[in-house]
Each structure stands twice: as C-alpha cells, then as structure tokens.
Design a protein. Structure first.
Lengths: 289, 305
C-alpha cells in the first residue's frame, strides 16, 4: 500500500513536469498558432545552460536564473527570426519548422555534451522525508511545490492581468481579439516567452528527480501533446490530464519490463487521439498545407 | 507541372534518371553505394511527397515505415522468398500498417495525424531497438552497379506509379483534399478515405525503399530508424519541393551530396539540413524544384502553387 502511494507520488512529480510543458504547448497553439514539436527540446536545452554555468563555478540560484533568461532570449529571438516569417505560409509549415528546430537542437546537444553528463541539481538523495510513515523523496516534493507555484502564478496572470486577459482573448479567437485592439503579434511573442519560461522551469525540475531515470526530449514532447489533446487544448484540463498521465505512466511502469517503459507515453498518446473524437480546437480551421 | 508542360516533365525525367545512369558507369563501388542510397531515399521521398505534398497530410512516420520495410524484406528473404517477392512483401506490409494507423485518425480528425504518426514512429523506433529482431547477415554486394540499376529501376517504377495516381481521379482527390477539404467533401470526395489512401501509398513506397536498404548496408542498423530519420525524410521533401513531382529527387540529392560536401559526419549534415529547411519554409516554400520551375517560362493554365 505504501509502496503504491510512493509510486503515485513519483508519478505525480513526473506529471507536474509534464503539466508545465503541456501548459506551454497548449498556450502556444491557442495563442500563437504554433504546434511546437520542439517542446521537449525547449525543456531540455535550458538544463544544459544551467549545467554550463554551474561548471564555471556560478552558484546554483544564479545558474538557474541565467539559464532561464538565456532560454527566454533564445526562444524569443527564434520567434522573430523563424516563427514570424514561416507562419505566413501556414500552420503545417510552422509545425515542420519546429520539427527542424528540434532535430537541430537534438543533434547539437548530442555533439556538444557527453550523453552521460546530464544536468542534475542534487538536493539530497539519502534523506528521504518521512511523512505519515511514507518515505517521500525530497526531490519529488520540491518538484510538486515548485510546479504548483508556477502553474498557479501562470493561471493568475492569465485571469487577472491585462496582458494575460489579452492572451486569453487570443486563445479564444485571434481575429476578434485583433479587431478589439489587441496587438496580436506582440501577444504571440509573449506566448513564446511564457512557453520558454515554463519549459525552462521544467528543465530545472527535470534536474531534480535524482535517482529516477532522466526524461528525454521526445518523451516530454509526447507527454505535452497527449495532455493537451486529452485536455481539449484548454489550460486547466490539460494540466490535470498531465498529472494523470504521469501517474498512469509510473503505475504502468510497474507492469512493463524496463526496456519497454518508453513505450507507455506513445501508447498513451495514441489512446488520447483515439479517445478524443472531437475536432481540434483553436485555430484548427486554418488550412493545413 | 507535368500536365501543363510535357516537355518540362520529359527533361526532368531525363535528368533524374539519365544522369545517375550515366554516372553509374563512371563511379567506383563507394560512389555506386552513394548513388544507390540516393535512389532508395528518393523512393521513400516520392512516397512522402504524395502524402505531404499532394494530399497535404503531415506524416512523421515515413522513416518508421522504411524501417518496417527493411525488417519485413529481411524476414521474407530469410524465409526463402525471391528478392522481388521480398520487396513486394515489404511494400504491402508497410502500406497495410499505414491503413491501420491512418484510418482511425483520418476518418474523423485529420489534424491529429502528425501526433499519431509521431507516437507511432517513437513506438516503432523502440521496437526496432528492443525487439531483438533479426538484422540479417552482413554480406557485401556481389555487383554494386547492378544493384544500383535495380534501385534506379524501382525508383522509375515508383515514379510511374506516382505519376499515374496523380493523373487519375485519385490524384485530383488528393489535391482537392489539400486545397480545401470542406469543399472536397461537399463534392463527394471522402476526405478520410483519400487521406488514408495517400498515407498508405506513401507508406508502401517507404516499405519498398526499406527492403532495398538492408542488402545495401549489409544488414539492418536497429538505431537508424528513429524519429530523427522520419523528420529527416520530411525535411528532404520540403527542401526538394513539397508538391513538386521532381522535388523528392532533388531532396534525396541533398541527402546524398550535403554530407560529402560538408565533409563532416551525420550531425553536421542534419543540422545543415534543418537550417536549410527552415530557410526554405521561410523564404521559398516551393522548395528547390519550385525555384527551378520559376526559371522556366510559364504556360497558360499553370496553376499557381
């Protein structure tokens, strides 16, 4: 029983990371008409930035700050240099451009870093916290707390600030938003920057789950897509589905041989596509080619 | 393109097939191997061009279908089938999987296809790596020139099939699906059926390409058919010219020439290809062959693409 609960908490921690990338994926699609197939890479690259800074002797908090700022600057610049010009040729063209970006980032990371050298921020592996008889890892709890704070902040920003409500309006109908005087191009850039921050924070949290297996870029992309589809490309449902996805994945991993654990997420994504018979919301009426 | 200017199509065919054939009599084994790889990549790209370029369906599983073709072809050969039968079996198996994957998604919500194919590609890559499938024996080719000419003949056959389909009512249905699915449906073109057909035909050609790959490479490299390979094929079609008949030939030529030209390994080539593809998407979405077509005098009735 307690073991089962621990697995669930571990799954919840993974789900919290998925929730960050899924929220960013949904936001980017609804507000900036971008299906970001490089979402996983967005959430892996900043981890390496932090690692580089820490290897230079920068204290962890400064390294994290540096990585987040650098990631936001990099992906913001990519928005201006790539997304804007490609978006004119349609949604499919932009999706393919993100695939190209993901491939290039993957290859660059593989060439620049030793695959064994993964970004990892260690709190303390040896001191499991004992709460109500459960041995919970400090890392899992930290992930949950940070993700909860970040996502609450995001939702509050979207609901209660002027810029956030403008983004909300764009998520519903970009054309009407434009007619109402919202500067849609700038809002799309904000969506990109928000996504870069969300994915960057996810990258920092991926560094935390210590002894567990690291999450790869493809897995993150698949999780972000599956949660967004199951949540109907709405933020709150997508976040909930991401948490559920993490739990299902970790519980399912108990019944699957270790070599085949990576099959769980793609299978869940195929299930999500099969279970979700509704048409894709958002700017889905756009021409696809 | 071929319809509006028949001479342009004839010149294109002459360059696409005559030039490599002439080259094959001048090159040594290494060059012939590169040429064979070009022809095989072009077969897979011709298939993906039907799916993506003409029918407008974004498939991220073309590389997985090539892998499936490689394994099925290898398995069929091991069962004692003739090489021709093994190639056919690989094509049919990949096409059947294309129907199984495509129909449930395309019947209702075509916009989910990239996601479903991405998940399928990830699953297939895992199965190739972990499945412990037989990879075949590493036997060098007896006659690399004859093997290249076989690949070229199959590329010609694949192109003929594609040309014939594109001229048939199916081809017009594909283009209608790409141009305006709602209107196509109101005219009686079932989007789900034709989108599935486009995916399956593309997958079948990928399977044929895969079955040719294993003997050339001396066995199957299980790590080769990952998601990155599917993305690579997609980018090759985009760079060559998505929806242009000879686009895949140009795209496959990029795959054959760019690594040699850069003089570097696969990493630099893939990064270069990605940058090239983004440039093409941003500046000239018609790709290399679109650029060639602009140099030719326009003919009346040429549809603007």
């Amino acid at each position: 029983m307690q073991d089962a609960l621990q697995v669930v908490v571990g799954g919840l921690a993974a789900g919290a990371i998925y929730a960050l990338v899924a929220a960013g994926f949904t936001l980017l699609w609804r507000a900036a008409r971008t299906l970001n197939f490089a979402q996983g890479q967005f959430a892996v690259v900043p981890g390496y930035f932090a690692l580089l800074a820490m290897n230079l002797g920068v204290p962890p908090w400064a390294a994290i700050l540096f990585a987040l700022v650098l990631a936001a600057a990099m992906f913001g610049a990519l928005f201006n240099a790539v997304a804007e010009p490609v978006a004119r040729h349609g949604v499919a063209a932009l999706s393919i451009a993100t695939l190209a970006l993901g491939l290039a980032l993957d290859q660059a990371l593989a060439a620049a870093f030793d695959p064994e050298m993964r970004p990892r921020l260690t709190l303390s592996h040896d001191v499991p916290l004992a709460i109500a008889g459960l041995a919970l890892s400090l890392e899992d709890l930290a992930v949950l707390v940070v993700a909860a704070v970040v996502l609450t902040t995001l939702l509050t920003f979207l609901d209660d600030t002027r810029a956030g409500r403008a983004l909300r309006a764009m998520m519903h109908d970009a054309r009407v938003a434009q007619v109402l005087g919202i500067r849609t191009a700038r809002m799309a850039l904000y969506a990109f920057l928000l996504n870069a921050l969300l994915a960057g924070l996810a990258a920092m949290l991926i560094g935390l789950p210590g002894p567990a297996r690291p999450i790869g870029a493809t897995a993150l992309t698949l999780a972000a897509i599956a949660a967004s589809i199951l949540g109907g490309f709405s933020l709150r449902p997508a976040i909930g589905c991401a948490l559920l996805l993490g739990i299902v994945e970790h519980v399912g991993a108990l019944f699957v041989p270790p070599a085949w654990r990576d099959a769980i997420l793609p299978l869940l994504l195929i299930l999500a596509v099969a279970l979700r018979p509704r048409a894709m919301p958002g700017p889905g009426t756009e021409r696809w080619a | 393109m071929t319809d509006a200017r028949p001479w342009a199509g004839a010149v294109g065919a002459l360059v696409a097939f005559g030039l490599p054939l002439a080259l094959s009599y001048r090159l040594g084994p290494a060059g012939l191997e590169a040429l064979s790889l070009w022809a095989i990549t072009a077969i897979a790209a011709v298939g993906l061009n039907l799916t993506l370029g003409y029918a407008g369906q974004v498939s991220l599983a073309q590389g997985a279908f090539v892998g499936i073709g490689a394994y099925v072809g290898q398995f069929a050969s091991a069962q004692g089938l003739v090489f021709g039968q093994a190639i056919a079996a690989a094509g049919v198996a990949a096409a059947a999987l294309g129907v199984l994957l495509g129909w449930p998604v395309l019947r209702k919500n075509r916009e989910y296809l990239p996601f479903a194919t991405l998940a399928f590609a990830a699953l297939a890559a895992l199965a190739f790596r972990q499945g412990g499938l037989p990879t075949g024996d590493a036997r060098p080719l007896a006659d690399s020139r004859a093997y290249f000419q076989l690949c070229l003949a199959l590329l010609a056959a694949a192109s003929l099939v594609a040309w014939w389909i594109l001229r048939s009512p199916w081809g017009r249905a594909f283009r209608a699906l790409d141009a305006n699915p709602v209107r196509a449906e109101s005219l009686g073109v079932s989007p789900g059926f034709y989108a599935t057909a486009a995916l399956a035909i593309g997958a079948g050609l990928a399977g044929v390409a895969g079955s040719l790959l294993a003997p050339l490479a001396g066995g199957i490299d299980p790590g080769r058919f990952g998601v990155a390979y599917s993305v690579e094929l997609l980018l090759l079609v985009v760079v060559g010219g998505s929806g242009r008949f000879f686009g895949p030939f140009a795209g496959a030529a990029v795959a054959a020439l760019l690594p040699a030209w850069l003089g570097l390994g696969g990493t630099a080539y893939l990064i270069g290809l990605a940058i090239l593809a983004v440039l093409v998407l941003a500046v000239a979405p018609a790709g290399a062959m679109g650029w060639v077509a602009r140099l030719l005098p326009a003919s009346p009735g040429e549809e603007a693409r």
